[in-house]
Design a protein around this ligand. Structure first.
Ligand code: V1S
Ligand code: CA
Ligand code: ZN
Length: 379
């Protein structure tokens, strides 16, 4: 039977706007939903409308005093602490409500999978992976990734894998489950010496019962499609094959792209599409097909995020979009009314999707070569 995919969406997600000129501009979500709709990717797909996460959901990860601070900050902004009121995390009206709605969206996606109504579920507004138990960080107020994982654990799940392909280290999710062997966290990111938050060293591997269940893959600035995919296929599939997660949760930030203004990796739309296909394949092969897809970073608002995340939605819906497909004229006209940047014309950056001298089937061939070696070493 073909997989059932739920998409969590409400226009109210657009109220997570940290300030007028903040890089995390919700227009990227609006443009993505418009593009996916105009390409027919969402035809016949019923979207699920979320409720805000409850305090019970949020306090599985965050402290009650932090919730109180987030609620009161817009009304009493002086000396609020908890990482709030910085350039990265400005205080905004309705901050608790907008943040709780995103976390509720990721819990709803997890619930759709847990209740057997979906095999895959997507919340593109989610992926706020830097928020810590008692503080906001890196544009993230509530850590919806951790809140959704904690909800799954509460339902009795015993093995959840979290794979974070955002260019930044998934520090908040790693911290939330650092001593918990039920959650394997894997983050690929630009090297900590060269990018905030400066963590995600290979030597961060978990502690106590969780030792070995945190994995970090730092990549040098300038890493492109082939290097990124080579590192991923050398590390991630064999870990997931061993761990056998019951659900694969992925943070799919699109800020690895060469056009991204915040970071320095050099991936293309075609490389990001290949990542999403690999994640889907891994969910099928290692997690019984259960795949919870979250958004994340991505600051090239017009040229990158809408195309990349339309490919992500299409991948989760098994409606892969041909990279050569032209962008719909209506979408281009709408986007052109909002920016003076030149807009792309097609769903590709024109990069060769095989990425390596080994050919198109590289993912499967590299994965199986590594698995064969591992089985020989650890029979
Ligand atoms: N990297 C990066 C970056 N860029 C910015 C930034 C840029 C323009 C602004 F108007 C405001 C902020 N901040 C940062 C990082 C936080 C990155 C968060 C990424 C989030 C995600 O994609 O992973 C998931 C949604 N913060 C910093 O670099 C810290 C500062 C060091 C920035 C400069 N200020 C003055 C001090 C703090
Ligand atoms: Ca990452
Ligand atoms: Zn990021």
């Amino acid at each position: 039977m073909s997989p059932r995919t739920s998409v969590v969406w409400t226009p109210d997600f657009l109220s997570y706007q940290l300030s007028d000129d903040h890089p995390l501009n919700p227009v990227r979500l609006d443009l993505t939903m418009r593009l996916a709709t105009q390409l027919g990717v969402l035809d016949g797909v019923e979207t699920l409308a979320p409720e805000p996460a409850t305090d019970e959901d949020l306090t599985r990860v965050h402290t009650p005093s932090y919730l109180t601070a987030v609620r009161s900050a817009p009304h009493e902004p002086w000396g609020v602490g908890h990482g709030l009121g910085t350039d990265d995390n400005p205080i905004f009206l309705g901050m608790h409500e907008a943040s709780a709605l995103i976390a509720g969206g990721s819990v709803l996606a997890a619930r759709a999978i847990a209740e057997g109504r979906a095999d895959r579920a997507v919340n593109l507004a989610g992926g706020l992976h830097h928020a810590m138990a008692d503080r906001a960080a890196g544009f993230c107020v509530y850590n919806d990734c951790s809140v959704a994982i904690a909800w799954l654990l509460e339902q009795g799940y015993e093995r959840i894998a979290y794979v974070d392909v955002d260019v930044h280290h998934g520090d908040g999710v790693q911290a939330a489950f650092y001593d918990d062997p039920r959650v394997m966290t894997i983050s690929m990111h630009q090297h900590p010496l060269t990018l905030w938050p400066g963590t995600g060293w290979p030597g961060e591997y978990g502690k106590g019962d969780g030792a070995g269940y945190a994995v970090n893959v730092p990549l040098p600035p300038g890493t492109g499609d082939a290097g990124w995919l080579r590192a991923f296929h050398a590390v991630v599939p064999s870990l997931l094959e061993s761990f056998r997660p019951q659900v694969l949760v992925t943070e799919c930030g699109a800020d690895t792209h060469s056009d991204d203004p915040l970071a320095n990796l050099e991936l293309s739309i075609d490389g990001q599409r290949a990542i999403y296909h690999s994640l889907r394949d891994l969910a099928e092969r290692t997690a019984g097909g259960k795949w919870l897809v979250l958004g994340g970073g991505g600051y090239s608002l017009f040229r990158v995020v809408p195309r990349s995340w339309t490919h992500l939605l299409a991948t989760a819906l098994d409606r892969d979009v041909d990279p050569a497909r032209p962008l719909p004229a209506d979408w281009v006209a709408h986007a052109a009314g909002l920016t003076r940047h030149p807009l792309p014309t097609a769903m590709t950056d024109g990069h060769d999707p095989s990425f390596t001298p080994w050919g198109d089937d590289v993912a499967e061939r590299v994965d199986s070569a590594i698995l064969e070696t591992r089985r020989a070493v650890f029979p």
